[in-house]
Each structure stands twice: as structure tokens, then as C-alpha cells.
Design a protein around this ligand. Structure first.
Ligand code: SGN
Ligand code: CA
Length: 525
């Protein structure tokens, strides 16, 4: 697997790169190498479950390696906390209302629209994507792609090839996506060109099925309950209406794997369809692990808080086992880049399509503008010339990724991309004081699974203002400094009129700037 090959740059590629960065007179020998991009995006991996962000739960040495050698964003957000919409924002550099992919259930991505991989391709880059795509139409703008249909399967998954054939590949999906990515890097790409490789994992999406090799992990750990696990949602009607509570909406068979012939649950058939993808050895290892736990679970017949907390522990453990494969596979990619001397001119990004609730507010899933799902982890290993290190507090959003990558490649950022290149942030040794100080969010998928109502809002470093609309008309305002868990909706409280007015102005400015056709009719100027 190891190779001594470095990225070869043809004279023509170098000349075009030099022209792109405006250095055409520089001698070739002194010329900077073109920048490659390896973008690893997982699904539903939340910052709480990475030890570089939070030491209470996970052990993720490879992710920590990225953060400790490079940067860790502490204010990284999505524009719409759901898979397809997040991916569309990322690819186009535009908010959902501009790229047209507002929700997972009704949208098909218009694949004729410009995306950052297409712009990179035009600039001479090799582009590839492997893994979860989730945009309904097939990928465009890639020299090579191989995707999983829809959400993909953890075990022995189907892949859709560029010929639009569906093939079953034996193995565990996180390993397979990495195998395909490394194979492309080593054997398939044109090594005379700079490249942009997108590695899009299904992990750690529901229903959190771990590799059998990792089933035993974390079993002896009892994780702390989030302090708002028993939230009663007072003053927050949309939160109360949502159907994503671990206690009430987490399926004992599908989510927690407590399957037995005499037991039934709403999602039992779905669980069995996933289980039946396994081969006999995989099933044997799976059963050897889960059967005794299942027996014990039904024998105990837990109720109330005991049951809730039992579910919570199982949820966290299963999730972390899936994270383990991911972390190992990120390590494989880093090792490959290191062993092939590619890190000097490769930006390595690790992020997720959104954050996730790990019991905060009693929840799993995402969707809300609240902190855990508005945030998304973002860590980067930086190539030569990008001087930033450590924690980065500047606010960035997934619509900024495309502009940043284009900027790094020396490609002019198109005016209609709404995101902003944060290359200056990566170049600067110090925090940039006058960076963006608030951002805009809009969630649309309602009515739908988990029943999270439509809403939009703005968040700055201190406050968050949200409007839930459609079949509800409710405002929420949070002071993130005194109430970081967003338990106390202060909208309408006496004494906060000025703050409310300021946040309303920001919301208005954001909706105008981004030209969102669904916007509040402001009672203020
Ligand atoms: C599936 C899951 C949901 C999840 C959505 C969206 N249900 O529908 O729990 O919110 O995906 O997730 S499941 O029963 O099919 O597992 S997303 O990350 O792809 O947007
Ligand atoms: Ca997701």
C-alpha cells in the first residue's frame, strides 16, 4: 500500500497553476506546489463525540492528531442541519433557498448548477467523491465517483458506479469508502494534476451499527447524563412537539438492537433488513455480543428513568463504536498522505454534515438551530503557507467551504456564492478581529420524521434569535453566555427589548443579504 510516489506536477499543470496564483514570472523550481484538498465528511458526527473537542466520551486519536497539528474551529456551523441540504450548501456555497435542496424528503439536487468541484475541475484539478451523496440526482463535476444509494448500509453495502450499476461490496462501509479513496489516490488519479478528494462517510448515521471488531468497546464505561437530559421544554413549544426523545422515540430493536423473535417494534423490519445483509460470520459475532444483552434487557423489564438511562448508555456506546472505525480510517488516510510526502501541499479537512444530540434536551437527531446541531465539528491539517494553529474562534459556516477551497486553489470565487472564503483565517497567525459576527440558518423539513417545525434564525457570539413558523408562530431568544444549553427562552421578557431589536435587525439583514424569499414581515424598520 505504501508508495514513494509524490504528487507529480507536469510543466503544463504547473504553468497553469502559476498563472492562476499570479506568479507566472517565478522560476518553476521556486514555485509553490499546487494545493490538494482531502475533504473527509462524516454523517451526524457531533463535536461532543470527538476527544479533541470533548474528553468526556470518545477516544479519537487520529482526529485529535488533525486538531493538534492543525486547527480546530470552535464556532463552525451549518446553514440547515440535515444531510442533503447540508451537502448542497457545501457543494454550491449557497444557502438552501438558492441551491434548491431545502429538505431530504421532497428535493432532487439540480446537478446542472455550478459547484466548487466543477470550478476546480475547470481549473485543472482531478476531482473524486466516494461514499454518501444523498442528493437524489447522480454526482456531476467529478472525474471519479462511487456513491452509496440513499443513506447506504453499514454491512456489505451497495455502491452505485459511474455506469449507474449497483454492485454489492463485501465489508464494513467505513473501511470500504476509505479503501476506494486510497485506491483512487494511489492508482486511479492523474498524478500530474492537483486533486480534490471528497471522502463522505455514512458513519455515524442512525442506526449506529458498529464493525463486529469493535463491539466490545466502551462496554465497561458509564457515561454522564447531560444536565438537561430531563428537559421539560417549558417555554419552547417547537422543542416540546419534536419526536426525537431517547425515552419515547428511540426504537428498542432498530436503534438499540434488542431484537428477539417474540418482540415487536415499529422499526423491527428495518432492523432485520440491515441485519440480513451480514454474512454468517458477521451475524455470529453480532449475535454473540447482542444476545446476552438482549436477554438481560427483557429480563430486567426496566421502566421510567431506569429505562431511559439504560437506553442512553446503549446509544452512546453504539455510537462510539461506530466512531472507532471512522477514527481508524481517518488514520489510514493521514498515514497515506504522510508516507507519500503529500501533507506539505494538501489541506486535510474533517467535518460532519451537521452536529447531533447525544442526550442533550433528552434527544437524538439534529434539525434544530440549537447549539448541538447548529454546530458541526471542523478540524483541519494545514499545508505549508497556512500559519494558523490551535483553536479558531472565527465564525464559519458550511457555505464557506467551497469559496475557501477555490481561494486555496487560486480560483476566483464566483460572485453568486454566498459563503465567504476563510482562507485569510487559515493564513493568519492571530484571530482576525473584524470577522463575520453572526450567521443565518433556515430549516424546512416539516411535516416530516421527528416533527421539527420550520424555522429560521440568527446567531451571534452572544445571542440567538429564532422564529418557528408554518403551523406555529413562535419566537425564541437565548443568551448563549448565561444559558449555553438554551433552556430559558427570554423572548418577550421585560428588559431585553433592545437586545431583541438588535437581533431582529441582524435577522432582517441576513434575510435581505441572502435574499431568502421566506422571511419575516418586520414590525421594525
Ligand atoms: C433517516 C433517519 C432519521 C434521520 C433522517 C435524516 N431515520 O430518515 O432519524 O433524521 O434519516 O438524516 S431512519 O429510521 O431511516 O434511520 S440525515 O442525516 O440523512 O439528514
Ligand atoms: Ca446527517
Amino acid at each position: 500500500m505504501k508508495s514513494s510516489a509524490t504528487v507529480g506536477i507536469s510543466t503544463a499543470a504547473m504553468a497553469s497553476m502559476l498563472a492562476a496564483v499570479g506568479c507566472s514570472s517565478a522560476k518553476e523550481a521556486d514555485a509553490p506546489k499546487p494545493m490538494n484538498i482531502v475533504y473527509i465528511m462524516t454523517d451526524d458526527h457531533t463535536a461532543q463525540m470527538m476527544s479533541c473537542y470533548d474528553t468526556r466520551y470518545a477516544h479519537t486519536p487520529n482526529l485529535d492528531r488533525i486538531a493538534s497539528d492543525g486547527v480546530k474551529f470552535t464556532n463552525s456551523f451549518v446553514a440547515n442541519s440535515l444531510s442533503g441540504p447540508s451537502r448542497a450548501c457545501m457543494l454550491t456555497g449557497k444557502h438552501s433557498h438558492k441551491n434548491g435542496f431545502t429538505d431530504n424528503t421532497t428535493c432532487v439536487f439540480d446537478s446542472s448548477q455550478p459547484t466548487f468541484p466543477k470550478y476546480l475541475q475547470e481549473a485543472g484539478y482531478q476531482t473524486a467523491i466516494f461514499g454518501k451523496w444523498h442528493l437524489e440526482s447522480l454526482p456531476t463535476g467529478f472525474d471519479k465517483w462511487e456513491i452509496v444509494p440513499g443513506q447506504g448500509d453499514y454491512y456489505n453495502p451497495d455502491f452505485i458506479t459511474m455506469d449507474n450499476d449497483t454492485v454489492v461490496v463485501h465489508g464494513y462501509l467505513t473501511d470500504l469508502i476509505t479503501d476506494k479513496s486510497l485506491n483512487w489516490l494511489e492508482n486511479e488519479r492523474d498524478k500530474d494534476k492537483p486533486f480534490c478528494l471528497l471522502i463522505h462517510h455514512k458513519a455515524i448515521h442512525r442506526n449506529w451499527m458498529a464493525d463486529t471488531a469493535h463491539l466490545a468497546l466502551y462496554e465497561d464505561v458509564t457515561f454522564p447524563l447531560p444536565e438537561n437530559f430531563y428537559d421539560n421544554y417549558d417555554g419552547r413549544d417547537a422543542a416540546k412537539a419534536a419526536e426525537m426523545r431517547i425515552t419515547d422515540h428511540m426504537d428498542p430493536i432498530y436503534d438499540l438492537k434488542m431484537n428477539r423473535p417474540d418482540k415487536y417494534s415499529d422499526l423491527k423490519a428495518r432492523y432485520e433488513s440491515y441485519y440480513n445483509r451480514m454474512d454468517s460470520a458477521q451475524k455470529a459475532a453480532w449475535d454473540a455480543f447482542y444476545d446476552p444483552i438482549t436477554e438481560d434487557f427483557y429480563a430486567q423489564n426496566l421502566q421510567g428513568r431506569e429505562l431511559a438511562e439504560w437506553k442512553y448508555q446503549r446509544y452512546i456506546r453504539d455510537y462510539l463504536k461506530v466512531v472507532k472505525s471512522l477514527d481508524d480510517n481517518v488514520g489510514r488516510v493521514l498515514d497515506y498522505l504522510e508516507q507519500n510526502d503529500m501533507l506539505d501541499n494538501t489541506l486535510v479537512v474533517y467535518t460532519s454534515d451537521q452536529g447531533f444530540y447525544m442526550g442533550e434536551h433528552g434527544w437524538f437527531d439534529k434539525r434544530f438551530i440549537y447549539e448541538e446541531s447548529l454546530h458541526t465539528p471542523l478540524i483541519m491539517m494545514l499545508p505549508k503557507g497556512l500559519e494558523r494553529r490551535g483553536d479558531v474562534a472565527e465564525m464559519v459556516q458550511n457555505i464557506d467551504y467551497g469559496p475557501t477551497f477555490l481561494d486555496l486553489a487560486g480560483v476566483e470565487v464566483p460572485a453568486d456564492m454566498q459563503g465567504k472564503s476563510f482562507l485569510p483565517v487559515l493564513k493568519s497567525k492571530e484571530e482576525i478581529p473584524a470577522w463575520r459576527d453572526y450567521l443565518y440558518y433556515h430549516f424546512y423539513e416539516y411535516p416530516a420524521e421527528h416533527a421539527v417545525k420550520r424555522h429560521y434564525g440568527v446567531r451571534d457570539h452572544h445571542y440567538k434569535l429564532v422564529h418557528f413558523y408554518n403551523d406555529i408562530d413562535k419566537w425564541e431568544l437565548y443568551d448563549l453566555q448565561t444559558d449555553p444549553h438554551e433552556m430559558n427562552n427570554i423572548y418577550g421578557a421585560v428588559g431585553i427589548e433592545e437586545i431583541t431589536n438588535t437581533m431582529m435587525q441582524k435577522l432582517k439583514a441576513a434575510q435581505e443579504e441572502y435574499d431568502d424569499p421566506i422571511r419575516f414581515q418586520y414590525p421594525i424598520d
